[in-house]
Design a protein around this ligand. Structure first.
Ligand SMILES: [Zn+2]
Ligand SMILES: [Zn+2]
Length: 108
């Protein structure tokens, strides 16, 4: 059992949009019975780890000299090639600036 932190009345279970909550019958104080805030913080941790994985993959790519990043002008970038069109055509070359992270493709 839980009691209202304002006036000490016994909190009663109620439904709020499909989830259980506890409500004070005297002053209207409510709290989430299942700690919904915990779920939200867990989701944001997962988003952060996804970004770390992407950065780690980029670090494994070879670094090459380029004609200059279109955004910041830095001349060193990560390089990879990817087959984006028909199989008999050469693969598209991609570059990601090591300084600002800008990604662009090199056309033939
Ligand atoms: Zn109360
Ligand atoms: Zn750049």
């Amino acid at each position: 059992m839980k009691f209202c932190p304002r006036d000490g009345s016994l909190l009663l279970p109620v439904r709020r949009g499909g989830r259980a909550a506890l409500r004070c019958p005297r002053c209207g104080y409510e709290e989430d019975a299942h700690g919904g805030a915990e779920y939200r913080s867990r989701a944001s941790v997962e988003n952060k780890s996804a970004i770390v994985v992407l950065a780690g993959e980029a670090a494994n790519l070879p670094r090459v000299k380029t004609r200059g990043c279109p955004r910041c002008g830095h001349d060193e970038a990560y390089f990879w090639a990817q087959q984006t069109r028909a199989a008999d055509e050469p693969p598209t070359r991609f570059y990601r600036c090591v300084k600002c992270g800008h990604t662009w493709r090199e056309y033939e």
